[in-house]
Design a protein around this ligand. Structure first.
Ligand code: FAD
Ligand code: UDP
Length: 392
């Protein structure tokens, strides 16, 4: 960054700039420019500032911090997640302890129902799902036998289709997974890496929690409040409504941490990496409860995939209730990297270029093109900070 900045200046104003070395050794106001104030950028900014004493400028082109985890009170006073439901869960104690410095917690275990064949049934598929769907009264052993009888074993599990068919067979695949996935990704499960649907387990017991991680909780006063605490440090300046490209020349920093889309950083040199986007339709209803679960999935009906009712997640009491519908689409803000081999091939080229680019660290869901949950982003950011701090 430093070299290219100086090179550009010299190109433009070569007659005015003396070649004296003090240009190169000038003091920097900031040691680090962090691009993106989501989890990845905020964690690194916080560590650099509080643990390494570095001066950090963090910029985001949006008008708020928090990235996709941003939450706020809507015009009716209900706390909502602007970019869809965000539920914190992790098995990593280090990540939980790290965040606990910036927030108190509200215990929360997420539950989801799927609307299938005119009924609302638990997803992940469990014993109750099967009994309710087929009007049966099986026990855990019997449902295991049932799954075995319908499963279609496959020699190699490569795609998301293989994952489901080999566990629960064609019929349940069609009812719960095929159409949801086609809607969500614009691709058939046979075209997606196995890791996508492998996020959803199949259970023979009655556990209806969406996640089974050892730590499951929501920040007591919301995500944004937690981000405010993380970034509230004398060594950190936050600049919103700013694309880093507007200021990188004017405010030179020693190094950069970049958490935006990696293909965009390199001007799409190897072509565009596909990301899946969403349109969020927020509504507030004049009733205290809208639906019978925090999230209801609609695999087979409607253009949206799911409806989230936020008060379940936040525990807020309010006479009204706010919900959000998610409509998947190809165009728009990049929300999901799309895990499939051909995209990985393109990403590999960007990764090699990123690794060969000095003084810039690529971090997070968009910059490393990985379908990461929040806790995985935090773990990745903490690990990258550790590598950086060895050198600083
Ligand atoms: P982001 O949050 O995307 O932050 C990147 C930031 O960089 C953005 O704010 C962007 O504006 C900024 N930026 C990009 N380019 C520039 C530029 N040129 N100049 C300045 N700023 C720039 N995870 C969970 O653990 N649990 C969940 O329940 C969950 N639900 C989710 C639901 C949805 C609908 C989505 C989309 C994701 C969900 N996630 C969930 C994943 C979670 O959102 C991510 O893991 C996490 O927020 C990624 O953080 P990040 O900092 O890497 O990226
Ligand atoms: N999925 C599905 N049916 C469901 C729930 C999930 O087919 O009822 C598939 C779908 O492909 C989805 C993936 O499993 O994208 C991962 O689901 P998850 O709820 O983890 O997605 P996210 O919350 O990240 O959007």
């Amino acid at each position: 960054l430093l070299d290219s900045t100086i090179a550009t200046r010299q190109d433009k104003r070569i007659d005015q700039i003396p070649t004296s070395p003090n240009i190169i050794t000038r003091d920097y106001v900031f040691d680090y420019l962090v691009v993106g104030a989501g989890f990845s950028g905020s964690v690194i900014a916080e560590r650099l500032a509080s643990q390494s004493g570095k001066k950090v400028l963090i910029v985001d082109k949006r008008n708020h911090i928090g990235g996709n985890a941003y939450d706020h009170y809507d015009e009716h006073g209900v706390l909502v997640h602007k970019y869809g439901p965000h539920i914190f869960h992790t098995n990593c104690r280090e990540v939980f302890d790290y965040l606990s410095q910036f927030t108190q917690w509200r215990s929360y275990e997420h539950r989801v129902l799927a609307s299938v064949d005119g009924q609302l049934v638990p997803i992940p598929i469990n014993l109750d799902t099967i009994n309710k769907l087929y009007g049966m009264n099986l026990n855990s052993f019997e449902v295991e036998e049932f799954f075995k009888s319908v499963a279609e074993p496959r020699d190699v599990i490569r795609t998301s289709e293989d994952v489901v068919i080999s566990k629960v067979g064609q019929k349940l695949y069609e009812k719960f997974f095929r159409n949801y996935t086609r809607k969500q990704w614009g691709l058939d499960p046979s075209e997606l890496d196995k890791s996508v649907i492998a996020r959803i387990p199949t259970r023979t017991n009655r556990d209806d929690r969406y996640f089974t991680d050892s730590y499951q909780a929501m920040p007591l006063h919301g995500f944004t409040r937690m981000f405010e605490k993380m970034l509230n440090h004398p060594n950190i300046k936050v600049m919103l409504n700013t694309d880093y490209r507007e200021i990188e020349k004017g405010i030179p920093c020693r190094e950069m941490v970049y958490t935006g889309p990696v293909d965009e950083y390199f001007d799409y040199r190897f072509g565009q990496l596909p990301y899946r986007s969403l349109e969020f339709k927020h509504e507030t209803h004049n009733t205290s409860v809208f639906q019978s679960a925090p999230v209801v999935n609609y695999p087979n009906d409607h253009l949206y995939t799911r409806i989230t009712e936020f008060k379940y997640l936040t525990g807020q009491e309010h006479a009204k209730t706010s919900i959000v519908y998610e409509f998947p689409q190809a165009e728009g803000d990049p929300y999901y990297p799309i895990p499939r081999p051909e995209n990985q091939e393109i990403y590999k080229k960007y990764r090699e270029l990123a690794e060969a680019t000095p003084k810039i660290h690529f971090v997070g869901r968009l910059a490393t093109y990985k379908y990461l949950n929040m806790d995985q982003c935090i773990a990745q950011a903490l690990a990258i900070y550790k590598q950086m701090s060895v050198k600083v």
